[in-house]
Design a binder for this molecule. Structure first.
Ligand code: ATP
Ligand code: MG
Length: 217
């Protein structure tokens, strides 16, 4: 199963979602993390993980650029899951991966400037559905402030109602330091030994994300 993490906006939290999800899936599946971003943060996460946490569930990593649909087609039978991290802009990598993905997750911060990218993303997705009609697409609110969350989330949720091709997942990923810390260490928040309230909530968020997108399969 190919899970594509894509957005038209830089810094939406794609790599954070890709790495956390890959590590969660790797607990009981064969997982490949395909880094299609030439600013290779996902690859850096993989290198940290391999060097400093070799006993953690293995996440295989490769870097591929430009048209990646044929590569993904070739690799998809070798892994149970392929998680694809894409550049922070409209790119050939994003568009080609959309042609073969089983699931597309669109992370977006609940701010108006980030939400303003959704109409274009929706049009690109509708185009790709002409070739890949069975793809499942989900929006995911990320980096939501833990203070003013309720109002922001309500406004973003209402905004998404105009884009039925991108249903929002119920889970919201909040802005939590543990996500930043674990990314630089090559870990996932589901692997943290830190039992602070915020760390426990982050872990719950990734577990819910997992259930929301692959739990039913
Ligand atoms: N939920 C979160 N809580 C706190 N910090 C976060 C969260 N998600 C991402 N970040 C931080 O925000 C920054 C951008 O996140 P990330 O690299 O995941 O975004 P991206 O969409 O992959 O960016 P790019 O478009 O540049 O590839 C990083 O420093 C990351 O650690
Ligand atoms: Mg990234």
């Amino acid at each position: 199963m190919i899970i594509l993490i894509a957005s038209q906006k830089g810094g939406a939290g794609k790599t954070t979602i890709a790495t956390n999800l890959a590590a969660k899936l790797a607990i009981d599946s064969d997982v490949l993390l395909l880094d299609a971003d030439r600013q290779p943060s996902a690859t850096e996460w993989c290198i940290e993980r391999k060097e400093n946490h070799p006993k953690r569930p293995r996440v295989n990593c490769v870097q591929r650029y430009d048209d990646i649909d044929d590569t993904l087609d070739d690799l998809k039978d070798r892994y149970e899951y392929i998680v694809v991290d894409t550049p922070g802009k409209d790119s050939i990598e994003m568009r080609s991966a959309m042609l073969v993905a089983d699931i597309i997750i669109i992370p977006v911060r609940p701010s108006q400037t980030d939400l303003n990218t959704i109409p274009v993303v929706s049009r690109i997705i509708n185009q790709s559905k002409k070739i890949n009609p069975n793809v499942k697409v989900f929006g995911l609110l990320t980096m939501a402030s833990t203070n003013s969350q309720v109002k922001e989330i309500k406004e973003a949720t209402e905004f998404f109602l105009d884009f039925p091709s991108i249903p929002l997942l119920d889970v919201v990923i909040s802005d939590r330091k543990i996500y930043r810390d674990n990314m630089s260490e090559g870990l996932s928040v589901v692997e943290t030994g830190n039992l602070s309230d915020s760390a426990a909530k982050a872990k719950e968020e990734i577990n819910l994300l997992y259930k929301g997108i692959v739990g039913g399969h």
